[in-house]
Design a protein around this ligand. Structure first.
Ligand SMILES: [Zn+2]
Length: 392
């Protein structure tokens, strides 16, 4: 049994406790959370704050070898263009080494679970080592209905390979983005299993809304330049989210990722449609690609459930939830650390269906215990040099 204390503990399931004590057994299970008191046991004391392990709700571990390869701030169409040509340059060994190094970085940064996008099978052997929990989102894109069946077959082959490597792995089949998936794909991919979690890249670019509103802009221009024919593709006249959301089932957890160009009407529309929507934000990738962040105040005002993702090393310099929180704190200093840590822990655990085990210091859970050091303890605010270490 270990008794751990620090300047503050953030159990997440209840308000922060100054000099609180968290008790864990030898397996890391939470035995108790206490106010300061004398305990007939030696207590390990730390400077800073203790919180549960982080949950990263959006990553592409399979792209970890692409760190620093793609130029910054090219906007989404520029990023995709550079990405397509850059992805071909790497050997299987480089890809495998990148995945192992990426996972190591994830673990060192106190992340205990990852919602990970998979286009291909590259990460499955590493994940089978069970160094941490994953939810695998097997992602497809058909663009046009004539490609739907072939793409769904390809996705099913990826799933079959995952099942051969680890029959108990968590997975679902998901659509990539509104602009890369046909209505037929939306209608068919989700018919399979009712308990699955769905995720989609949403409103990552202003051009995506423009495409759905007016059938123009850089995304459609770029794909047309690749030889794709959009003559049968119809604009809905609405923002992208309102154009596709109702194709998705209400009962499944739905994790919308990025949401940079999501306005308050979009949020209200989505929240009215389903109570199971989570909004993943990946601020460092948003700055890398679009040089813009979502307006978090709109989401908070609507009571939206926010989670944090790192996206991949193709569009980020680290796989660190704390780095994402620091960015949010520096652009939105009024947001309270208690709320940001809830986004980074319990909300993410709920979005991925891991809330019985992870996300808060509640008796019986095994969420991991993190120490965040160099925190401004007067304002209870992260600093540029705040750092995280996993204790349990
Ligand atoms: Zn992504």
């Amino acid at each position: 049994m270990r008794y751990l204390t620090a300047d503050y503990i953030f159990p997440i399931s209840q308000p922060p406790i100054k000099n609180g004590i968290v008790v864990v057994d030898d397996e890391g299970r939470i035995i108790g959370v206490h106010c300061p008191q004398t305990i007939g046991h030696s207590i390990e004391e730390f400077k800073g704050i203790l919180c549960p392990g982080f949950v990263n709700t959006h990553c592409h571990l399979e792209l970890s070898h692409m760190k620093g390869v793609i130029p910054e701030k090219t906007r989404l169409a520029g990023f995709i263009k550079n990405f397509i040509s850059a992805r071909k340059q790497f050997s299987p060994q480089q890809i495998e080494n990148g995945i192992a190094a990426g996972e190591k970085e994830i673990l060192e940064n106190g992340i205990v679970a990852v919602g990970d996008i998979c286009n291909v099978t590259d990460t499955f052997m590493q994940k089978a080592k069970k160094n941490l929990k994953y939810y695998n989102f097997i992602e497809g894109f058909d663009f046009f209905p004539e490609n739907t069946e072939t793409e769904l077959k390809r996705v099913n082959n990826v799933i079959e390979e995952l099942m051969q490597i680890d029959a108990r792995a968590n997975y679902s089949s998901v659509p990539h983005a509104p602009y890369s998936v046909s209505e037929k794909y939306f209608q068919t991919f989700s018919k399979t299993l009712p308990d699955k979690i769905i995720t989609i890249h949403n409103q990552e670019s202003a051009e995506e809304n423009l495409m759905f509103r007016e059938k123009k802009g850089k995304i459609i221009e770029f794909f047309t330049s690749l030889g794709m024919n959009f003559s049968n593709w119809k604009a809905s006249g609405k923002n992208s989210l309102e154009s596709y959301l109702t194709f998705l089932p209400k009962a499944n957890n739905l994790l919308l990722v990025h949401n940079i160009f999501t306005n308050s009407d979009d949020i209200k529309f989505a929240e009215a449609y389903s109570k199971n929507i989570y909004w993943a934000t990946c601020p460092n990738a948003n700055l890398y690609i679009e040089n813009k962040l979502p307006d978090y105040n709109l989401f908070i005002a609507a009571g939206a459930k926010m989670t944090i993702g790192t996206d991949s090393l193709a569009s980020n310099y680290s796989l660190s939830i704390l780095d994402e929180l620091k960015t949010i704190s520096s652009y939105f200093p009024e947001l309270k650390l208690e709320m940001l840590l809830q986004w980074a822990t319990l909300n993410g655990a709920k979005a991925l269906g891991f809330q019985n085990e992870l996300g808060s210091f509640e008796v019986g859970k095994n969420p991991g215990v993190l120490l965040i050091e160099n925190v401004d303890l007067q304002k209870i605010h992260l600093k540029e040099n705040s750092r995280v270490k996993r204790l349990v």
